[in-house]
Design a protein around this ligand. Structure first.
Ligand code: SAH
Length: 252
């Protein structure tokens, strides 16, 4: 899916924005950059701001008109900073990304971005089947071009990942219920030995600690670490309530 998304920048004035857009694309796994009549390209500023994404610049297609850039696309989506009365319903990047991923049009999809100063012309917008607006503050809604590209690419990526983007691949499976129970038994034992928990007056301490640790969603390794810490404390038995020292009655 990501390889079918084409970012089309129309009439870009500042070459730095072309470089930053290439970077915004590459970090999200998009590769197809099309430039319609850029004012300065290739350009050292574009290369500098692309950073590690200069390969996208090298492969960028440069054409004279938007018609050429989108000719073979199955879906053309424009973007606009303005909430002016457009003959299209405006959608959010998330809505469009989810639609595109849920119903892939079976070919390339163009996301079209306008000029820094003036956006897309009406004629260019008439080539678009849908328009996207990033819901910005009302007083000032004009994003930097590359930042608008970043938001769209991010939403496409999140839609492709099914919202699971930030989830880490765990290096240890979730702890088994019986291991958690052993941890709590061990913990109670140490708390009693240390004098923190008075077994004659436990109040709700263990219930509260269970709630705390269960909420954390411990994995096997984490349970082992906690068991190891508890074992390390086992060497220092102290029961203040038996020695009539200050006792902690265990109420958390
Ligand atoms: N003054 C211009 C601003 C263009 S900003 C105008 O009113 O149209 C340059 C490009 O960045 C826009 O053409 C659009 O592609 C993108 N962009 C900026 N802000 C945006 C927003 N809030 N939503 C969607 N795209 C935006």
């Amino acid at each position: 899916m990501l390889e079918q998304i084409r970012i089309v920048l129309v009439g870009t004035t500042h070459p730095g924005n072309i470089g930053s857009s290439a970077r915004a694309m590459k970090v999200m796994g998009l590769e197809q950059l099309w430039l319609v009549a850029p004012e300065h390209f290739p350009d050292a500023a574009a290369t500098a701001l692309a950073s590690g994404a200069d390969d996208l610049l090298a492969r960028a297609r440069v054409v004279d008109t938007l018609e050429e850039a989108v000719a073979d696309c199955r879906l053309v989506v424009g973007t606009s900073a303005r909430l002016r009365s457009l003959p299209w319903p405006l959608q959010t990047p998330r809505e469009v990304a989810q639609q595109v991923v849920a119903n892939p049009p079976g070919g390339d999809v163009a996301l079209v971005f306008g000029r820094e100063a003036s956006g897309l012309s009406n004629q260019e917008m008439h080539l678009c089947q849908a328009m996207v607006h990033v819901p910005t503050a009302q007083e000032y809604g004009s994003l930097n071009l590359a930042m608008a590209v970043q938001i769209l690419c991010y939403e496409i990526r999140m839609a492709v990942l099914g919202g699971d983007g930030a989830r880490q691949i765990p290096d240890s499976p979730p702890a088994r219920a019986e291991d958690l129970e052993r941890l709590f038994v061990h913990m109670q034992e140490i708390l009693e030995k240390s004098g923190f928990l008075n077994p004659k007056s436990p109040r709700h301490l263990m219930a509260r600690l269970r709630r705390l640790y269960l909420r954390a969603g411990l994995d096997e390794k984490e349970v082992n670490i906690l068991r190891g810490i508890l074992s390390a404390y086992e060497t220092t038995p102290r029961k203040p309530w038996e020695e009539s020292l200050d006792s902690n009655d265990g109420d958390a």
